[in-house]
Write a protein that binds this ligand. Structure first.
Ligand code: FPP
Length: 223
């Protein structure tokens, strides 16, 4: 049976979920944030070690300013509200992505959350904020000061350098693509897609996916 150390999720479908209910997109993002709390708690309970969540991509800046502002504020509010929960559940918080392009107040909140939770020993929750895998790889390579660069050099310079490779990548919302998420780290990840919109995703559906993952024969290029 495969062990599941690192689960990554592309939380897609907030907007369409809201639209189906005759609501505006931000309503879907709020529901998405609540779902994130529920799924994180469940992941922690079932012993997953690392959970990485695609929260805002380098491409998401192309959305209307009101939506971008709303998402950024929502992430900040979420971090403020969640601190107690993270501490109570022994969850360590990390972030990946280029935070330098986000607001000072979000950066402050992120750094505070990382600092306060750094000695927690349970699940590590990683939010990808202003994250794009190509951007991450370019930043990593530019930070390496040597001529002949190895895989290990790149690995060690990525935002995810302290994390193991992704074992299972889940995408909700019906699309079957990676959308620039953890491209390096998912080289051998199993991929599972579902039509369920993120706010409608459930712990039961996650459990079924994990069961499926556990039975897959992972060969990592071997036979
Ligand atoms: C995709 O829905 C969702 C995102 C833009 C990223 C995920 C954001 C959240 C779960 C909101 C809260 C996040 C945190 C960290 C508190 P979409 O808008 O692309 O949906 P659509 O494809 O149906 O339009």
């Amino acid at each position: 049976m495969n062990t599941l150390k690192h689960l990554a999720i592309i939380m897609d479908g907030n907007g369409r979920w809201a639209k189906e209910r005759g609501k505006i997109r931000s309503f879907g993002h709020v529901a998405g944030a609540k779902k994130l709390v529920e799924i994180t708690k469940h992941a922690s309970r079932i012993g997953i070690e690392y959970l990485t969540l695609y929260s805002f991509s380098t491409e998401n800046w192309k959305r209307e300013k009101v939506e971008v502002d709303f998402l950024m504020k929502l992430i900040e509010k979420f971090l403020k509200q969640e601190l107690k929960n993270l501490m109570d559940n022994n969850i360590r918080f990390k972030v990946i992505g280029d935070m330098s392009k986000t607001s000072k107040s979000l950066q402050k909140r992120v750094n505070l959350t990382i600092e306060k939770t750094k000695n927690n020993t349970g699940l590590t929750q990683i939010l990808a904020i202003n994250y794009g895998a190509r951007d991450e790889i370019v930043r990593a390579i530019n930070s390496i000061k040597k001529e002949k660069i190895t895989e290990e050099d790149i690995q060690n310079a990525l935002d995810t350098h302290t994390l193991p490779d992704v074992d299972l990548m889940i995408r909700t919302g019906g699309e079957q693509r990676l959308s620039n998420f953890l491209l390096w780290q998912s080289a051998y990840a199993e991929l599972i897609f579902t039509d369920t919109y993120w706010p409608a995703f459930s712990t039961q559906e996650l459990d079924i996916m994990i069961e499926k993952y556990q039975k897959i024969q992972r060969r990592f290029g071997g036979i």
